[in-house]
Design a protein around this ligand. Structure first.
Ligand code: GKR
Ligand code: MG
Length: 433
C-alpha cells in the first residue's frame, strides 16, 4: 500500500473575540485539513494549524509523502520531522503555529496522524490500539475559560450570534464557567489570564473557587504577562486555590524567569506546580526545565510536539523525571479533537485534564460527518471505530475553504486585532504587569 494523493484544504472557522496576552482573536481562526489517499483507496485525515506558513510546510513535505508506505513513519521523521536545531523556538512572542522553528515538526505531525488513521482503517483498529492500547477509555478535558469582548465571530453576512456574551469581570467569568461545566461536564478549570489587572484575575480565581469548591482543580495561564515579582505575588495570593491538581502556567517569560518564580515560591513554602507550553515547546527544553526547576508540568501538543507518538514519548519521559504532563490547545475542529483524545488515551502519565478550545466553535463550522464530537462528563470517549474514528463532511470542508479564500488575512495576528478594535496603539508588552 502506498500513498497516492495528498490534498491540503485551508479552512476558516468562526471564532469569538477571545482575549489573551497575545491580544484578541480574529473573527476567524485558520486551520488546515489534510487528506491522504492510498493506492488501496483508504483515506486518512488530519488537521493542522492554518495560514500560509502551515500550508507552505505541508506543500514542502508533500513530495516525500506521495508514494510512501504509510507504515514507514520513522523514515519520514528522520528525513523531515526533526526540528531545526537553531533559532528561537520560544512561544513567548510567537503564537503556537506561527513559529518557523517547528514548522517542519508540525507538518510531520499532520502526516503522521493521517497515516495512523490509514493504518487503523487498514487493520480495523482504533489509533490508540496501534500505539499500545488505551490507558483510559476517555480523554478528560478542562473548561477553558477566556475573557472576551461581545461578539460571536464571523464577518458580514456570516456574523455569528454572541452565544457567550461579553466576559470581562470575575462575575461574568463564573457564569461562563457554570455554563461550560453544565453543557460539557468538565471537572477541571483553566482560566486564560494576562488580560485584566492581576488583582482582578486573582479575584476571578477566588470567585471560581467559591462557586465550584475544591473538587474542581483550578489553573491560570497569563502567557508570560507578569514579571517575576507579580508572578510570585499571584502564586502567594492563590496558594490554596492553585493547589490540589491546579497549576500556575507560564506566569512569566523565559526558563530563567520561571525558575526564579518557582525558587521564590518554594522559599515561602508554596509548592504550586509551574506548567508550561511557552518555555517548553520541544524535547531539548526538558533538560533545562527539569534541572532548573522551571517547569513541573509540561503541556504537550500532538501538533507542534511532532505527533501523537511524540506526545506518548514525552509523557513517558515526564513520568520518568517525576514531572507532570498535560496538553495544550489552539482553536481547532473535530479532527484535532480526536487526534488530541487518542494522544491522551495512549499516554498513561497524562493525569491532568487537557486543554481544548472546542466549546468556542460551533456545529456550523464542524467538518466531521455526523457533526461535532460529543463529550461525556467532560471527556471524549474513544470508541472502537478504526483509525481516528471519524469521517469528513466534504461539503463542509468546501464551504470553510471557500470562506478561507475570501479572507484578507493569512496568519493569526491577535495584536493587530487589538489595534483594530480596542486600542490603536496596542502593543504586546512583556511583562505587562
Ligand atoms: O487561544 O488565545 C489563545 C491561547 O492563548 C493560545 O494561543 C495558547 O497557545 O492556549 C494556549 C496556551 O495555553 O498558552
Ligand atoms: Mg499556555
Amino acid at each position: 500500500m502506498r500513498i497516492s494523493s495528498f490534498s491540503i484544504h485551508p479552512v476558516a472557522v468562526a471564532d469569538p473575540p477571545l482575549r489573551s496576552s497575545y491580544g484578541r482573536h480574529a473573527p476567524y481562526a485558520l486551520r488546515t485539513i489534510i487528506i491522504l489517499t492510498t493506492t488501496d483507496g483508504i483515506t486518512g485525515v488530519s488537521e493542522a494549524h492554518g495560514g500560509d506558513g502551515s500550508q507552505a510546510a505541508l506543500e514542502a513535505i508533500k513530495p516525500m509523502v506521495v508514494g510512501m508506505d504509510p507504515f514507514q513513519l520513522h523514515a519520514l521523521w528522520m528525513n523531515w520531522g526533526r526540528p531545526d536545531a537553531t533559532g528561537d523556538r520560544s512561544q513567548t512572542w510567537l503564537v503556537p503555529g506561527e513559529n518557523p522553528r517547528d514548522a517542519r515538526t508540525r507538518a510531520y505531525a499532520a502526516v503522521e496522524a493521517a497515516c495512523l488513521d490509514i493504518i487503523g482503517k487498514a487493520t480495523g483498529r482504533p489509533v490508540c490500539d496501534l500505539l499500545g492500547g488505551r490507558a483510559r477509555d476517555a480523554a478528560p478535558f478542562s473548561a477553558y475559560l477566556f475573557y472576551k469582548h461581545g461578539g460571536g465571530g464571523g464577518l458580514e453576512a456570516d456574523t455569528r450570534e454572541d452565544e457567550w456574551g461579553e466576559c470581562l469581570t470575575p462575575e461574568t467569568m463564573v457564569g461562563q464557567c457554570q455554563r461550560m461545566v453544565r453543557e460539557y461536564g468538565f471537572r477541571e478549570i483553566k482560566l486564560k489570564g494576562g488580560v485584566l489587572e492581576p488583582e482582578l484575575e486573582i479575584e476571578t480565581i477566588r470567585q471560581l473557587r467559591a462557586a465550584f469548591g475544591p473538587a474542581y482543580p483550578l489553573r491560570i495561564d497569563p502567557n508570560c504577562a507578569w514579571s517575576v515579582e507579580t508572578s510570585v505575588h499571584v502564586g502567594v495570593s492563590l496558594k490554596e486555590e492553585l493547589s490540589e491538581g491546579g497549576y500556575l502556567e507560564d506566569p512569566t517569560a523565559s526558563m530563567e524567569g520561571m525558575a526564579e518564580v518557582r525558587r521564590r515560591l518554594l522559599e515561602l513554602g508554596i509548592d504550586t506546580p509551574m506548567a508550561s507550553n511557552v518555555a517548553t515547546t520541544g524535547f531539548d527544553d526538558i533538560s533545562p526545565a527539569w534541572r532548573t526547576g522551571a517547569v513541573q508540568v509540561v503541556l504537550s501538543d500532538p501538533h507542534y510536539w511532532g505527533g501523537i507518538r511524540n506526545v506518548q514519548r514525552l509523557s513517558a519521559l515526564c513520568g520518568q523525571l517525576g514531572m507532570g504532563v498535560s496538553m495544550h490547545s489552539n482553536n481547532h475542529l473535530g479532527v484535532s479533537m480526536m487526534i488530541m483524545a487518542h494522544a491522551c488515551c495512549v499516554s498513561p502519565e497524562m493525569e491532568f485534564a487537557c486543554d481544548t478550545h472546542y466549546p468556542w466553535q460551533t456545529e456550523q463550522d464542524e467538518v466531521l460527518a455526523g457533526g461535532r464530537v460529543k463529550f461525556v462528563d467532560g471527556a471524549v470517549v474513544i470508541g472502537d471505530k478504526p483509525g481516528l474514528g471519524i469521517e469528513l463532511d466534504m461539503d463542509q470542508v468546501a464551504r470553510l475553504e471557500e470562506r478561507y479564500h475570501k479572507l484578507p488575512f493569512r496568519k493569526r495576528d491577535d495584536a493587530e486585532e487589538m489595534r483594530k478594535h480596542v486600542d490603536p496603539a496596542w502593543q504586546r508588552i512583556l511583562p505587562r504587569w
